[in-house]
Structure formats: C-alpha cells, structure tokens
Design a protein around this ligand. Structure first.
Ligand SMILES: Cc1cc2nc3c(=O)[nH]c(=O)nc-3n(C[C@H](O)[C@H](O)[C@H](O)COP(=O)(O)OP(=O)(O)OC[C@H]3O[C@@H](n4cnc5c(N)ncnc54)[C@H](O)[C@@H]3O)c2cc1C
Length: 279
C-alpha cells in the first residue's frame, strides 16, 4: 500500500493547508478539527482510497525540495537562500487610506489584488475571511469583486486550510491570484507541478510573511483572558485600525472589545504555536 496523507498527519508534519483535499481525484479527503490541539488535519477514508499517492505528492508538510522548485519556476537556484530568487525588492503601502488603515500591515496585498482584478489580469483571488456561520473559524474563498477582496483583508491568527478553495479554481475557467502563508504557497506550487490546469489558471501568487501561526487554543485563551464567552462572539478581527493595530471582538450584544496587537501577542506567544511551525 502507498503512503498517503495519513502518514504525514501521524508524524505531526501536517500544516493543515488543505492542498490534499482539493487534489484528491476521488474527493475522499476532508479537513477535520483536532480540538485537543486546536488545529485542522485532513482525514482520508482508507476504504475508498486507490493509493494514487497524489495527496502525498502535493503535500508541503511531507517535503519541499526548494532547489527543484526554484529550477522549475525560475530556471536558477537563488544566490541567497533566505530571500530566494528575486528581480527587485520594494516596500510599500496602499495609497487608499481605508485599505492602508484596514489592512494587516499597510494593505498592499488587498490593493494589489484589486488592481489585478480591475485591470483584468485575474477573474478572482483565493483569499481568507472569517466564517459568518462559525465566527471563530476561517473561511477561504474565491473573491470575485473588490468588496469581497476587501472583506478578507487582515491577518487570520488561527489555522487556515486556504487550499481547499483550489477546487473551485480547478472547476471554474479563468485566471486567478492566490494569497497564502508560505506553507500554502508551497502546496500550491507542488500541486501545479502535477496539474497543468492549475498552473495555467493561477497567474499571481502572493505569499505573506509568516513567522508561525496560532492554534485555535490561542483564540480560546485570548477570549478567556478578556472574560468573553465563545457563544457571545459575533465576529473577530485579529488586526486592523492601523499598525500594529488591534484585535476586535464583536459581541452579539453589539459591544466591541478591542485588544491591542502587542497584548494579543504577549498573551498567546509560542505556547499556542502548532508543532509543525517549529519545523
Ligand atoms: C499567521 C501569520 C503570521 C505572520 N507572521 C508575520 C511575521 O512573522 N512578520 C511579519 O512582518 N508579518 C507577519 N504576518 C503579517 C503578514 O505578513 C501580513 O498580513 C502581510 O504583510 C500582508 O499585509 P497587508 O496589509 O498587505 O495585507 P492585507 O491587505 O491585510 O491582506 C492580507 C491577505 O492575507 C490573507 N490572509 C490573512 N491571514 C491569512 C492566513 N492565516 N492564511 C492565509 N491567508 C491569509 C487575507 O485573506 C488577505 O488577502 C503574519 C500574518 C499571519 C496571518
């Protein structure tokens, strides 16, 4: 029997990125929540699996061969391993005040996506908002309007299975941008090597800086420390209102609880970092 994604989960190497879910030809993998650890992990039904091995081939948790990936993408290896291959490096921020103020770190990502959409370079962008139904869970989706792109701005400091939305990109003609953490982008690039349709459709990859992410337990703890019951939460925004900004928890009662960014980080710290991020 071929190894599957289950071996990655068993070895604690899973990022929870969701690439395996959208790459499985039989569609028998789904993301489930491991509530004890506060992370997402894929679950595969072994009785239905035909051992094709695709889930493992696209998995960034299993392995990322940077030399091979660089040669495939850029036909060269980077001279600086930390920076990777680059043409030029810039820093910047959105010149639209509301996007700059409402973004995580200057709103560049949101602004680039809107520009790409309005100039017709893309038909949609894989971004991550928060679920309306389950306000403490992320909701990756393909945004197709300026307002949808803006609705997904700001960092989500919780596990995000962004790549489950790749299936929509595969099922719907068009050109797309993808936004993700480095582990998401690794998964997408590995998947593109196996799937030309995906490689042709994704024309813009935006990888955002990431030191590590947080498990759902971090949010639980943050709420607890601020005396907030989970059931009372209508929405949560982890960043915004300038830099470094605040986390805002909106309650069903209409009250907003604001927690300064540095208080969020001083509170949750590495104790709530998923094990995989340390690797
Ligand atoms: C887990 C995490 C760790 C980070 N670590 C660092 C760090 O170590 N150093 C640093 O300088 N900055 C860090 N950041 C900040 C991040 O790099 C900024 O979000 C980025 O600079 C973009 O800022 P922006 O204002 O241009 O983005 P915005 O215009 O606010 O847009 C952010 C975009 O990223 C997407 N997104 C947000 N969170 C996630 C997520 N968890 N997974 C996938 N997509 C997501 C959104 O959908 C949106 O499209 C981290 C962010 C996250 C989510």
């Amino acid at each position: 029997m071929e190894e599957t994604i289950t071996s990655v989960v068993d070895r604690d190497l899973c990022h929870g990125c969701g690439t395996c879910v959208s790459s499985c030809p039989l569609e028998i993998i789904e993301m489930t929540r491991d509530d004890r650890r506060g992370i997402y992990v894929p679950q595969l039904d072994p009785a239905l699996c035909n051992d094709c091995g695709v889930c493992l081939k696209v998995c960034p948790g299993h392995a990322v061969d940077f030399d091979q990936l660089n040669m495939w993408l850029f036909s060269e290896k980077p001279t600086n391993n930390l920076l990777g291959c680059y043409t030029k490096c810039y820093s910047g921020y959105s010149t639209e005040k509301n996007l700059r103020y409402g973004g995580a770190s200057g709103g560049i990502v949101t602004t680039l996506l809107i520009a790409a959409l309005e100039e017709g370079l893309i038909d949609g962008a894989l971004v991550t908002g928060m679920s309306e139904l389950n306000p403490l869970e992320p909701a990756p989706f393909v945004a197709r309007t300026r307002d949808e792109i803006i609705s997904a701005a700001r960092s989500k400091y919780c596990p995000v299975p962004a790549n489950i939305a790749l299936r929509e990109i595969l099922n719907t003609d068009g050109k797309y941008a993808v936004v993700g953490l480095p582990c998401h982008i690794h998964g997408i690039r590995k998947f593109e090597q196996l799937n030309k349709k995906l490689a042709d459709r994704v024309v813009l990859h935006i990888g955002i800086f990431c030191g590590y992410t947080y498990s759902f337990l971090a949010t639980d703890y943050l709420l607890l420390r601020n005396g907030i019951n989970k059931e009372d939460v209508k929405s949560i925004s982890y960043r915004g209102e300038g830099w470094p900004g605040v986390a805002t928890v909106r309650l069903h009662s209409g009250k907003d609880v604001s927690i300064p960014y540095f208080e969020v980080f001083n509170t949750v710290k590495l104790a709530f970092c998923p094990w995989r991020c340390f690797l």
